[in-house]
Write a protein that binds this ligand. Structure first.
Ligand code: ATP
Ligand code: MG
Length: 266
């Protein structure tokens, strides 16, 4: 409004640079987030995840949860879209104006260990630096066992974010098996407690999207599909390898609550 109470006309010369600046800062925040791939929520096929509530996803897509320093945990077997959802929600947060940083659990541990080795409060300094990000995405918790020292660093990260900044965690393991990942039931329970206090827990289930896509390709053109995929060399699996949830000997998730492994935990 101008002093006469009439609406001020938008100056096209000033809106153009503003739109340009906004697009520019989205580009910068996207690059700074270090997403491992380009994925959006629009590309996520909800029909493949009938238990995933569209209204919940729609609400998360507004990124209001990031403004409130709340968390999201995405659980489910391999190939069910955890990383896709993590990136998609991260991209939505970037578009809503938030600074986001993505890394795998192993990557976060490397980063925190490096800081810890720096001594002289370097870990605290690193945690303060990370506080500038409104959302940290921690992908693939559960694929690699985490030793006691790394578990301690991880706990410090989650504790530092508690009610001050959002965390999005993806894991192939239900909560009740996080004690195995972190090698310590007490640390795992304390971490889960902080994570889920203000959080949306999404439990994905079913067959891997990768397997499904591969099967569709084979049935469309069996010869071409076989040519495109060389037989992989056998890989030595360490005795400590974690059994993915949903695999034989895994947890076989069905409902939202059982997939999250929340029963008996809270
Ligand atoms: N519902 C879906 N709609 C569209 N694409 C999907 C869906 N689920 C998975 N995908 C695609 O399938 C591939 C595997 O998904 P993604 O990497 O997100 O799985 P994941 O649960 O993180 O698996 P992992 O536990 O092995 O890391 C990706 O290319 C992803 O974009
Ligand atoms: Mg993944």
């Amino acid at each position: 409004m101008n002093p006469r109470g009439t609406r001020r006309r938008e100056n096209p010369a000033s809106t153009k640079p503003r739109a340009f600046q906004e697009a520019n800062s989205i580009t910068q925040r996207t690059a700074g987030a270090h997403f491992p791939a380009v994925k959006t929520l629009a590309e996520f096929n909800c029909d493949h995840q009938p238990s995933l509530r569209r209204d919940v996803l729609g609400h998360l897509a507004t990124a209001a949860w990031v403004s409130r320093a709340e968390n999201v945990v995405v659980l489910g077997p391999p190939g069910t879209g955890k990383t896709h959802l993590g990136i998609g929600l991260g991209v939505a947060a970037v578009h809503a104006g938030h600074k986001v940083l993505f890394d795998s659990a192993a990557g976060w541990i490397r980063r925190l260990s490096d800081a810890y080795r720096g001594g002289n409060g370097a870990l605290d300094a690193e945690l303060r630096k990370l506080a500038r990000y409104k959302l940290l995405i921690i992908d693939e918790v559960g694929y690699i066992p985490i030793g006691p020292h790394a578990a301690n660093l991880f706990f410090q990260l989650i504790a530092a974010r508690y009610e001050t900044g959002s965390v999005l965690v993806t894991s192939n393991m239900p909560f009740k098996r996080w004690g195995e990942i972190f090698g310590d039931e007490v640390v795992a329970a304390a971490m889960i407690d902080r994570l889920v206090h203000h959080a949306e827990v999404i439990a994905l289930s079913g067959e891997s999207y990768r397997t499904r896509a591969r099967r569709a390709a084979i049935s469309a053109d069996p010869a071409a599909a076989m040519r495109a995929t060389p037989t992989p060399a056998p890989v030595a699996v360490p005795a400590t390898a974690v059994v993915p949830a949903g695999a034989p000997g895994g947890t076989g998730q069905t409902s939202q609550a059982s997939a999250a492994g929340l029963e008996g935990q809270r």
